[in-house]
Ligand binder design. Sequence first.
Ligand SMILES: NC(=O)c1ccc[n+]([C@@H]2O[C@H](COP(=O)([O-])OP(=O)(O)OC[C@H]3O[C@@H](n4cnc5c(N)ncnc54)[C@H](O)[C@@H]3O)[C@@H](O)[C@H]2O)c1
Length: 269
Amino acid sequence: MGQLDGRVAVVTGGANGIGRACCERFAEEGADVVIADILDEPAMDTIAAVEKRGGRAAYMHTDASSPTDTETVMQHAIDMFGAIDVLVTAAGISTGGYVSGRPGSEVEVERDPIRRFTEGSLADWQHVLDVNLTGTLLAVRAAARHMHDLGRRGSIITIASIAAKHPGAGAPAYAVSKAGVWMLTKQAALILGPAGIRVNAIGPGFIETDMTAVVRGMPELEQRLLASVPLGRLGNAREVANAALFLASDQSSYFTGEMLHPDGGFYTD
Ligand SMILES: NC(=O)c1ccc[n+]([C@@H]2O[C@H](COP(=O)([O-])OP(=O)(O)OC[C@H]3O[C@@H](n4cnc5c(N)ncnc54)[C@H](O)[C@@H]3O)[C@@H](O)[C@H]2O)c1
């Protein structure tokens, strides 16, 4: 018996990194998975990984910041598998220039932080907020509407970050977007709780994915980051997916409006 037997999960950002690990972990526990992402080829690898674990999977090219794309992929999940029981919103970017699948595509980390803050591009700021924050809102709203209409007591899991509560853990637009995701999660938990829909966040620490490749390429910076992590290492995507599995499953049936931190102890002090 799997913990998610017969359930259907939609995972934004499911083509790579933490989102892909969630797809794989959920499939191991019996779920069918719909992947919403913009990385078409890597999404095929996620499909293969889900099928290898005995699950069914579908992919739709979906820009998380597009209301139309988001509505379409949710309807696709209903058409393909009949329901949405679980949503994970893992689609995200660290800076306006970051492109997943091309580690190191963002170079801003090299620049003087005062100049980056005072002269940084407004278009980049908006792009980060569009994908990370508005994208989360769009997915949460669309999935919750289907869950409510179908009478499903679903579980919604947003991916925030330690940066949601700590200004030093990401660039300004990123940290602000994740703080917004955390408040949105609590708002949605309040509003959707009476319908039996639970909404929780995961706030990962430093996880080994394409998003942290630029840090791992700079040993001094990596050492500085690891000094704030009692376990002394980066986390891996599966460790975040295990937290997502807990929140997706009935094991967490009395959790809502909460944020779990797989962060190696970053928040210990
Ligand atoms: N890696 C970390 O250390 C870390 C820490 C805390 C939070 N997070 C968050 O976890 C989530 C996943 O990040 P990751 O580390 O797996 O990075 P990643 O780059 O490996 O994965 C991000 C995924 O989001 C997708 N994506 C990006 N823009 C999109 C868009 N407009 N529409 C649809 N999909 C889009 C990418 O194609 C990719 O599949 C992000 O929200 C990130 O902010 C990551």
